[in-house]
Write a new protein. Sequence first.
Length: 249
Amino acid sequence: MIILKTDEEVARMRASGRIAARVLAAVAQAVRPGITTRELDALGARLIRAADAQSAFYGYRGYPGQICVSVNEEVVHGIPGARVIQLGDVVSVDVGVEYRGFIGDTATTVMVGVTDPEIIRLVAAGQQALDRAVSLAVAGARLSDLSHAIEQTAASAGYAVVRDFVGHGVGRQMHEDPQIPNFGAPGRGPRLRPGMTLALEPMLNQGSSEVEVLADGWTVVTKDRKVSVHFEHSVAVRDGAALVLTCVE
Ligand code: MF3
Ligand code: CO
Ligand code: CO
């Protein structure tokens, strides 16, 4: 993992984070009935290129997309393709970019005319889990305090967290140490220090926590095919309050 030491390094992580956040916001805005996930990928590709950045996903272990788009039962790593977005869908978009040597990684989940109150509650719980983890990413905390808060937020709303995929350190590489599970007892793991940069990414399932990977080798789906949501920010640990790197301003 990297520790940001200079203002220059912080500025560069903010720059890549800002690009990722702006691309994510634009793609999330474009999600509507009738659009294909491939069209969302093309929009993401165009915006990443327009920002002079590169997709951190394309070619990563052979990943074929520019972004990830995961619909309903798809948890993460959905490969954009011919799937057409329908009214009532729950769409998770994940954007990772590299800009001047630093990575920004961020995801959100949008509802397309969803009226089912249970799904609306699931999405709110996912957002709340991320917000709580961000608020705990301060110097002096223990890493598993964040994991525990995510799991507790999900559990108290009646949802399960995915256990097979984790958050991670982020910096010059997309996936750096440490791994950050979305569950666990508090008070464990390394103590957070100023300058650590973390990608926090709760994945919450409407049903069981169990997931499997489809035959395409990437798309992660819930075993029970119930809905899953995903929210992610890249943040820098500081004294007092985390700095959210993947914000649009
Ligand atoms: N962005 C994902 C994460 O949050 C990783 C995507 S890997 C890819 O860690 F190859 F699917 F793009
Ligand atoms: Co991501
Ligand atoms: Co990530």
